[in-house]
Design a protein around this ligand. Structure first.
Ligand SMILES: [Mg+2]
Length: 259
């Protein structure tokens, strides 16, 4: 794969950063979130890239614990949309996120009660530090699942002053503080004085990563937005992508071109 847009990364990898979403980008989308794994060859490739590039960063909605388990410590890992970071094999919450541990535990209990009242077989609650993700992918009637999950999460968000982030077949509740894929990209780019940055993503929650690249472009940094296409990838993301690849295997193919 030869592409002029890769030049800044091929020519000066020591000052370039690569940022990746996980699900749908480095792993195939699966029905049960805990079944996800990096596609074959991804871990080895990422570790080779991290020897060549200034920064190789995973920033995912997943918990950092899972990401460390699957990807090891050869790459920089930020979990739960940047509210957690893996440091020396341990996962720490950012200062903004830490005060919300107790309230989010309470919210999880309430969500369990409310959703079991709805008799929604197949709803999965996923706790990631201070984030609570409510998945309805496995509810037999997805439309009904969507409606009920939307209703319950809206109610809890109102009661506890939380923020709602719709995802792919899921709704996430978050504390009302600033952390996002954008802040991770901004922070790492500044810390490492990056001269080029690429973000790989497949979903709406990756758009903040693209937004951060827009800001970096304005300060003269070379940027590349890579959209990972699948049946479920939103058009909006693909429209904002500089380059589109097909699925996690397409990501690996592009990464091999960077080595
Ligand atoms: Mg994704």
């Amino acid at each position: 794969m030869k592409d002029a847009r890769l030049c800044p990364f091929l020519e000066a990898p020591h000052s370039a950063g690569l940022f990746f979403d996980f699900d749908g980008t480095l792993s195939e989308i699966v029905d049960v979130p805990s079944d996800a794994r990096p596609v074959e060859g991804a871990v080895e490739l990422l570790s080779r890239l991290s020897q060549r590039f200034r920064s190789v960063v995973i920033v995912s909605g997943r918990s950092a614990v899972e990401l460390v388990r699957w990807l090891g410590d050869g790459v920089e890992i930020w979990g739960a949309h940047g509210s957690q970071r893996a440091v020396d094999g341990r996962v720490v919450l950012t200062d903004q996120a830490a005060p919300y541990v107790d309230v989010m535990k309470q919210v999880k209990g309430e969500a369990e009660d409310l959703l079991s009242g709805e008799n929604l077989e197949g709803v999965v609650l996923e706790e990631k530090g201070v984030l609570l993700n409510v998945h309805y992918r496995n509810v037999p009637d997805r439309n009904a699942g969507h409606r009920s999950v939307e209703e319950v999460t809206a109610r809890l968000a109102g009661q506890h002053g939380l923020v709602i982030h719709p995802g792919r077949m899921s709704v996430e509740l978050r504390p009302p503080v600033e952390f996002s894929k954008a802040s991770v990209v901004r922070d790492v780019a500044a810390r490492e004085a990056l001269r080029a940055a690429a973000f790989f993503g497949d979903d709406l929650v990756d758009l903040p990563g693209f937004d951060a690249l827009d800001e970096l472009t304005e300060s003269g940094i070379a940027t590349l937005r890579v959209g990972v296409d699948s049946d479920e990838t939103p058009r909006e993301l693909l429209e904002r992508s500089d380059l589109t690849v097909h699925g996690p295997c397409g990501v690996l193919k592009l990464l091999r071109a960077l080595i």
